[in-house]
Design a protein around this ligand. Structure first.
Ligand code: BDR
Ligand code: CA
Length: 316
């Protein structure tokens, strides 16, 4: 039986790549996309979610809109990283399908409570929707099988401030709620994702199979590579969110430690910084499993091969 997953996502170049990787992976079954503000506005991210599903002939998967603002912090979007549309240089047709009318928070609660112990939540954007779903219906904490969160930077520098990672920095109060809710959490921080660099050679290899999907990934990641070159002097681009998805079905790609992890919400220069107590000075129990090392090349190869295998049929 495939693992039943729901994405909470802000597509976003690497979010789109994670959704496509999931659709190419028989080990998982995608039961919905709940959309959140983040890389681009909620409106744009919802359009992108629908267009990406249509690109992969997967418009049957429900898309729901969630929160357009963080809980406390002002809005922060990332056009310099993902482009004005959120998908870099990729151009997708406007979606023919629409999102469903239910709010993401209600959708998450309904789906999770309907299948206790079965749903894996892939949270690859700011955690606003997830935190509010927990506050609205705390029973989802017991009913969720697990949550895999792309976020945080423990021993690695931040990608948004000197210390903080984007998803966590954008809504640190939501991260605080989710980290301490009692759900089994796997955290996939920059410590591992920054080891996974998709290079131009990888994209050339990907394009050995010609399809609208390989073209989409090439066009989207070209923008992402320019960002990584300009801001971080990285040759290639880091595909954070697809790694989090891959761990849902190939956990052996990473090694992990159970750790007590917190997030700074005090508002100073450490705002949004994820802090792991590696030596447990605070004598607190671990609240999550953290990915700390990764077989990066194996993951990139898996990504390239699976995206190549996703050739869409002409009809929706
Ligand atoms: C995370 O922030 C976003 O820009 C990416 O989509 C990813 O989820 C990386 O810090
Ligand atoms: Ca994301």
């Amino acid at each position: 039986m495939p693992k039943r997953i729901i994405f909470d996502t802000d597509p976003g170049i690497d979010d789109a790549c994670a959704i496509l990787l999931a659709l190419a992976s028989p080990e998982v079954s995608v039961e919905g996309l709940s959309v959140v503000h983040g890389n681009c506005s909620l409106e744009q991210a919802t359009t992108n979610a629908l267009s990406v599903l249509e690109l992969a002939n997967a418009a049957r998967i429900p898309v729901v809109k969630g929160c357009e603002l963080p809980l406390v912090q002002p809005s922060l979007l990332a056009p310099e990283t993902h482009g004005d549309t959120g998908l870099g240089y990729a151009k997708l047709p406007s979606p023919r399908t629409g999102h469903i009318a239910q709010h993401a928070i209600d959708f998450l609660i309904e789906k999770i409570l309907a299948s206790p112990g079965e749903i894996t939540l892939l949270a690859i954007g700011p955690l606003t929707n997830v935190a509010l779903a927990i506050r609205q219906e705390p029973r989802i904490v017991q009913a969720l099988k697990e949550i895999i969160i792309m976020g945080g930077a423990l021993r690695y520098e931040g990608n948004t401030t000197a210390l903080a990672e984007f998803n966590t920095y954008v809504d640190p109060h939501a991260a605080h709620i989710v980290y301490h809710a009692g759900i089994p959490v796997t955290l996939v921080p920059l410590d591992v994702t920054y080891q996974c660099v998709l290079t131009q050679d990888d994209v050339r290899r990907l394009q050995e199979v010609e399809s609208p999907i390989t073209k989409f990934v090439a066009d989207a990641t070209r923008f992402y590579m320019e960002f990584h070159d300009e801001f971080q002097k990285i040759d290639g681009c880091v595909i954070n969110d697809p790694l989090a998805l891959a761990l849902a079905f190939a956990p052996e790609l990473c090694t992990y430690r159970d750790l007590p992890v917190d997030v700074d919400i005090s508002g100073g220069i450490c705002m949004g910084k994820t802090v792991a107590d590696f030596y447990n000075y605070g004598k607190k129990p671990a609240n999550m499993r953290v990915a700390l090392d990764v077989r990066a090349r194996d993951f990139i190869d898996l990504f390239v091969e699976r995206i190549q295998s996703l050739a869409p049929s002409p009809k929706l």
